[in-house]
Unconditional design. Structure first.
Length: 326
């Protein structure tokens, strides 16, 4: 099976735990995470041949991330290591609905030090899908590496996927994200945004149709806009629609969007969808909706569990969930 290569950051999510009692200090438990790493884990657990490419620190957390990826079936031949910076950390708090807020310790961080020369010569051979997110756009050098990876993947005949996963706190205060975001949006075939991110890229564009017109001037062919438990929207160059989400009691939404993307990419890869065949899939609304429902089930299950890697379901769990949830 051709592979899914997810590029970008892997980091440690420290999740807040309930306080033991009055006067007790808050406690945080470390979980392996990072948006593209989560997508790689999801794709692997859902039957895909998934690999992760990124820079890991030679520290205790870098070792933990590498072992966690390997233990969950993700290929790590494309991982580079460095002594020049430490692993990025994110402290995660949750509200009563399971929605999360982040406090990041990055930069400096190892994941920002990956450069084009760190891609293996064979990294793009037999590649089905190349996936990135915006956390590898926050500095000029790593942004250039991300876009170059997308272009190399396209030249090698792979689909290119982009989940914005925007974290404004990671961007320098004097750096406007939109120019780099739009450059990356134009490089991707498949784009996943949250409703908030879709609203963010409206800046200066106006209506949905104006944003879509700008999007279609690039390589984009499918846009998915999720909105938690609210209906999600999908857009192609020739059609659009909405799809109700699964209703679940959310505990932790940290990796839910990543599981959604990983489920979608795993199904696309399993069905042998190539760039040449992608438009045919999009034109078949029934088939497209089936893929989106599967992805939505992956995200919904993940939201009911704590953690990042550890919250993502496997194929059997998704099948059972879809059989019992409308």
């Amino acid at each position: 099976m051709s592979s899914i290569l997810c590029f970008g950051e892997a980091l440690i999510d420290f999740h807040a735990q309930p306080q033991g009692g009055a006067g007790q200090p808050p406690a945080f438990v470390p979980f392996a995470g990072g948006a593209p790493a989560n997508v790689a884990v999801a794709a692997a657990r859902l039957g895909g041949n998934a690999r992760f490419a990124g820079m890991l620190a030679r520290d205790m957390f870098g070792d933990f991330l590498l072992k966690s990826l390997t233990d969950l079936g993700v290929g790590t031949d494309d991982v580079a290591r460095t002594d020049e910076a430490r692993t990025a950390l994110a402290f995660v708090a949750h509200d009563e609905k399971g929605d999360r807020s982040f406090s990041f310790y990055r930069p400096p961080a190892a994941d920002l030090l990956f450069r084009p020369e760190h891609f293996r010569a064979s990294a793009f051979d037999d590649l089905a899908i190349f996936h990135v997110c915006s956390n590898s756009l926050t500095e000029a050098a790593i942004a250039q590496t991300t876009v170059e990876g997308m272009r190399r993947a396209r030249a090698a005949g792979a689909l290119v996927s982009f989940d914005m996963n925007l974290r404004p706190a990671l961007w320098p205060k004097d750096e406007a994200p939109l120019p780099r975001l739009w450059e990356t949006l134009h490089e991707a075939d498949v784009i996943k945004l949250s409703a908030e991110e879709f609203a963010f890229i409206h800046a200066g564009a106006g209506s949905d149709d104006a944003v879509l017109d700008r999007l279609w001037k690039g390589n984009a062919r499918l846009l998915l806009v999720t909105d938690g438990a609210e209906p999600m929207r999908w857009f192609s160059r020739g059609a659009r629609g909405t799809l109700a989400g699964y209703r679940v009691d959310a505990v932790d939404t940290t990796a839910a969007g990543d599981a959604f993307v990983g489920g979608l990419l795993a199904r696309l890869s399993a069905e042998g969808v190539t760039p040449a065949r992608f438009d045919t899939l999009i034109a078949d609304e029934g088939r497209l909706v089936d893929l989106i429902r599967f992805a939505a089930a992956c995200g919904a299950i993940t939201a009911t569990r704590k953690g990042s890697f550890t919250a993502i379901p496997d194929q059997a769990e998704v099948k059972a969930f879809m059989e019992t949830h409308a």
